[in-house]
Every structure is written in C-alpha cells, then in structure tokens.
Design a protein around this ligand. Structure first.
Ligand code: ARG
Length: 596
C-alpha cells in the first residue's frame, strides 16, 4: 500500500500544518517539523494506519496531545483526497490518530494490482549492484555454508533485479593461494601425463585428491619444499604450473556447476585469481594514502577503532614478509575494482557480500580500509550480509553419521528422495494414481524448494537447524505449505472457476475477504523492506501469513457456489493471491506446481 501511504502522508502533513499554524506559536510552523509519524496500525482493530505525530508536539504548543489530534482531524476531514481514502479518523489513547481505509479505496487498489503484471511493485531508479555470493573454494568441498550463501545471494539478486537494478552476480571462488602448490605438486607426482595429454586423467573426486595431497604434505619434507617452489612458479606464470592449475579449477567448476544447475543459480565466476594483476597497485595505493605500515616485516594497515586484547589497534596484513599476498589483499583489490567506474571496474553503487557471520570482522576491516583509501564513492553503499551456522538436529555443526562433512549433492538428493517417499505415501493414503514423471517432477520441485525455503525463512543471522522432517512438512512455515496453497487455487480453476473473469464489478462483504485484501496489498511494502534490509525471511514470513489468511478465506467463504458479483470478486482474490505467491516464491528462487 505504498502509494496509498504516500498520499495519506501528504494529507497528514497538510493537516498538521494547517491545524498548528492557526495556533499562537507560529515560529515552529515549518512543514518538516510536523512529522505526522504515520505508521502501519499496530493492531487490526486500530484500522490500517496510525499517526502518532501529535504527541511530541504537545510540549512545544503547550496543548494536550489529544487536543492537537482533534485539531488535525478537523482539518483532515475537510480534505477531499483524504475523505475519499479513509473513514472518519478516530482518536485513541493519549492522542493517536487511527485511520481506516474505506472499502472503496481497498477495492480500487485491488483492481489496479489485478491489471498490473508487477503486482503494484514499481521499478526503482536503477543502480548497479554487485552481489558476491556462493564463492566456494577450488578443490575443496562446497559445504552447507556455501549453500546458504548461494541460496540467500540468489534470492537477494532476484529481488534487486525485479526492482529494476542492474545486478552483477559474482562468484568469488577461492582459486588462488598456497594450497595450489601442494595440489599441483601432487598432480605432477601421481599423474604427470595430465600435463601433456588432453583428458589424460579424470581427477574424479577432487576432495579425496585434496586429502591425499594434504597427507603427503604433512608427512613428507621434500614434498613440502617442492610445493612451496610450485607456488612461486605458479605466481610467476610458469606454463606447466598454470596448466595444472587450470585442470584443477576446471574439475572443481564442473562439480560446482552441477549444484548450480540443480538449484537454478545463475552466477558469473570471477575468482580470486582475477585480481592478481591488481595486487601490487593496491599496495602502492595504500602507501600513497599514507595507510601502510610495516609490522614485524609484514606490510599492514592498522584499523582505527578496532583493538585487540592488548588494547592496540588491530592490523590487517596486506603483504607478508616473503612478499606474498593474502585473502585480504585480494578483497581490497576486489572492492576497489567493483566501485571503480566502467570500463576499468564494475561501476557499482552498492556492493553486497553474502558470507557466514564468521567473516564479519574481515569485512569490517576491508570496508574501513577501502573507505579510508577513498575507493568507495560517497553515495555508494557497501554491506556484509552475514548468516549463521547450519546445525544438525542435535544442535551441533551439521555432519554425517560417520562424522564427515555433508556433501551438498547428497543433501539435495536426500531431500528429493524424502519428498518422493512422502508423496508416494500420500498417494496411497488418498488412493490416487499418478505417472512416474509426475512423481519425479513433484518430488524434485518440493525437495529443492524445502531446502531453499528452510534456509531463507530463518532470520539469516541466527544459526539454523537442518531438519528434513520440518522442512518437508505440509503444515507450518514450509515450502510445501505455500506450494499447497497454490495447488488449492489451481484446483478452483480446474473445478470451473475462471480466475480471469472480470465482467462484474468487484464487491466484497465478508471480513475474511477484507483481511485477505489488506494482506495482498502489503506485498509492495515487503519487497521494499527486503531491498533495504536484505532479509529474505521477511518475504517468507509474509507469504506464509498470506497463505494462512487465504486458507481461512477458502475454508470459510463460499467461492464457486456464491452468486455474482461475489463469485467473480472472490475468484479475483484467488487470482491475485496465486499471482502474489508465485511471484514471491519466484523471487526466493522457488518454482511452483499446479498439482502435487
Ligand atoms: N571463498 C570464501 C570462503 O569459502 C568466501 C569468499 C567470499 N567473498 C569474498 N569476497 N571474500 O569462505
């Protein structure tokens, strides 16, 4: 209801202005001082909105706040725009002005939404946004933390894209660093032919390969020395080393891509190695900005306002004593590149990093240094979007029964398998027969939706407990519950309800209808909020609430059996509910079903 809200706010501004300028004290009568403090009503019985602005003015005007509220209301009811929108305002408590929208204005708004493909969500003034998400490490397991980053990042990207922004989805993969010395040395040892012949080997399980290499590294001094030399060779661009590196990266990439395909994730790989050519320049920049200091042989920047246990400022090391660069240096190069104007950068106005909360201090440091080095334009925003740990049902970090880290592909497969088991059981219970292809489609959609939704519906800051049983339940704040609401609506259409019928004027008379209408009209506000606060759980909570209200409406108000204009009006509400749920789920990265 953002447009209604804006109109009302104007009316209130005006009313406060008029009401108070007639008072003796006119020296404070500047419009901006009269903030009507218009907010959503805290409870439905108070109406739709409440204006709390009378209270803080009482002192200044030496009037009881209720009296100020009365003066304002007197003005309000003379305003034609206001009177068309709202019933007569009520004054409550110490001087709150409660506002209730007229049925007519609600109906009018519903009509607008029904005709609008964007369901009332306007396009924003477009800016360039970089979202750094997923970002697993080459040759290492892509773990549940990366899954969270992938799911949350994708959803934020979808929402910002829908709002009309230019979003650059970046996969900052860990494809550089000292571990490659060890991996390349091991590759040369066990499969030297891989460097000369195409497709000579299939490294297959890279994670196992990593473990073997690491074992060797820990036990064998010569191998360690060899590995260190290999890092230097790689950094100096040795051809064989680069080839081995590419081989390893490609292998990982294929594994990651399988997960992205399954989850329908679009992302551009721009790994750490991309920033190699810029690292030296970063050190120079920091030097020129007067930020660089030497500490125990290493080049670093001391953070202001961030101290360690000893009370001294904490350093961020940007170049080690041996000349090597690290994770932070790369992130400094990355942030500079992202904010630099095109074509020598991304020209971003907003940069968002989606990683586990454990990296919060790392990003705080990076943002501070980038700000002090003046790489971030004044009008731009940079944000870390942290999230908690994924726990097993025992409250500990998620592990398999044998104590290994859970593989993402296994986790997703399990969810799909369980969704299939549930479905087959339900078909038996309901004595339904369905084709194998139907069963496959439904279980895949539900299984993946459940994992995504379980992740998104939690406030991301908190840790979340991974439970197949909870996330696949048909009841509660789950994907299956939301998908099922849509299936119900599709069922109405199958039973002969034409959801697009619009021959009749909209007419509503049941409280359940008005409740549903008010909920439907909140959609634009919610999207706005998520765009600002980057909390997808707000959207989940909204869709859940909407489904619950819809289900009550569906259970209590006759739809197909009603007479027109009620029948077609209710069908219109079904349609708008379906469209809202579909769009909302789409923005969470979740496809929907007509039957399940
Ligand atoms: N590769 C890192 C990890 O697995 C995440 C990278 C996040 N992005 C960044 N620009 N540092 O923890």
């Amino acid at each position: 209801m953002l447009s209604i809200y804006k109109n009302l706010k104007e009316c209130l501004h005006d009313a406060f202005q008029k009401a108070l300028s007639e008072q003796e004290i006119s020296h404070v009568a500047s419009k901006s001082l009269f903030d009507p403090q218009l907010v959503n009503a805290s409870r439905p019985e108070f109406g739709d909105f409440q204006a709390n602005g009378a209270l803080p003015l009482a002192k200044e005007f030496k009037l009881p706040p209720r009296q100020i509220a009365e003066l304002v209301v007197e003005q309000l009811i003379q305003n034609q725009i206001f009177s068309e929108l709202c019933e007569k305002p009520e004054i409550a408590g110490a001087g709150f002005i409660n506002l209730r929208l007229k049925k007519k204005s609600l109906t009018k708004e519903i009509k607008v939404r029904l005709k609008d493909k964007r369901l009332g969500i306007p396009k924003a003034k477009s800016i360039s946004v970089v979202i750094d998400f997923s970002s697993p490490n080459i040759a290492k397991e892509m773990h549940v933390g990366h899954l969270r980053s992938t799911i949350i990042g994708d959803s934020l990207a979808r929402i910002l894209e829908f709002r009309g922004h230019k979003v650059i989805r970046l996969n900052h993969v860990g494809d550089w660093g000292t571990q490659f010395g060890m991996l390349i040395s091991y590759l040369k040892l066990v499969a030297p032919e891989a460097l000369t012949k195409a497709n000579a080997i299939n490294i297959g399980d890279l994670v196992a390969f990593y473990k073997e290499a690491k074992q060797r590294f820990d036990l064998d001094d010569d191998f360690q020395k060899q590995s260190r030399k290999e890092v230097v060779k790689l950094q100096n661009g040795d051809k064989d080393s680069l080839k081995a590196w590419e081989l390893l990266c490609n292998q990982s990439r294929q594994e990651f891509q399988k997960i992205y395909n399954l989850l329908d994730i679009k992302i551009i790989e721009r790994g750490e190695s991309f920033y190699n050519p810029y690292l030296k320049e970063i050190i120079k920049d920091l030097q020129n900005a007067g930020l660089l200091e030497i500490d125990e042989g290493a080049k670093c920047v001391f953070l202001s306002g961030v101290t360690g246990k000893d009370g001294k400022a904490l350093p961020v090391i940007v170049q080690k004593g041996d000349g090597g660069f690290n994770y932070s240096t790369t992130d400094l190069a990355a942030i500079k590149y992202r904010f630099s104007p095109t074509p020598s950068g991304d020209g971003a106005n907003r940069v968002i990093y989606v990683t586990d909360a454990g990296q919060a201090n790392h990003f705080k440091g990076i943002f501070q240094i980038a700000t002090r080095a003046k790489w971030i334009p004044k009008t731009a925003r940079v944000e870390h979007v942290p999230f908690g740990v994924v726990q097993g049902e025992d409250g500990k970090k998620l592990k398999t029964r044998s104590g290994e880290t859970v593989r993402l592909s296994d986790l997703l497969d399990s969810s799909i398998q369980r969704a299939e088991d549930d479905l087959r059981q339900r078909l038996i219970d309901e004595k339904r027969e369905e084709s194998e292809s139907f069963i496959k489609e439904v279980s895949t959609t539900v299984g993946l939706a459940a994992v995504k939704y379980a992740d998104l519906s939690q406030n991301r800051i908190s840790n979340y407990q991974f439970s197949y049983k909870k996330m696949l339940a048909l009841q509660g704040n789950t994907a299956p519950y939301l998908l099922y609401a849509l299936v119900r609506i599709a069922g109405i259409a199958r039973k002969g309800g034409d959801l697009n019928e619009s021959r009749h004027e909209l007419e509503f008379n049941e409280p359940q209808e008005l409740k549903l209408i008010r909920e439907l009209l909140k959609f634009d506000e919610i999207i706005n909020e998520v765009e600002e606060e980057l909390l997808p759980n707000r959207l989940c909570g909204y869709l859940f609430e909407l489904s619950q209200i819809f289900n009550r409406f569906y259970d209590q108000v006759p739809i197909l059996k009603a007479k027109n204009p009620y029948r077609s009006s209710r069908l219109s509400l079904c349609k708008l509910t379906a469209d809202t749920l579909k769009l909302g789920l789409h923005l969470l990265g979740i496809p929907t079903l007509a039957r399940m």
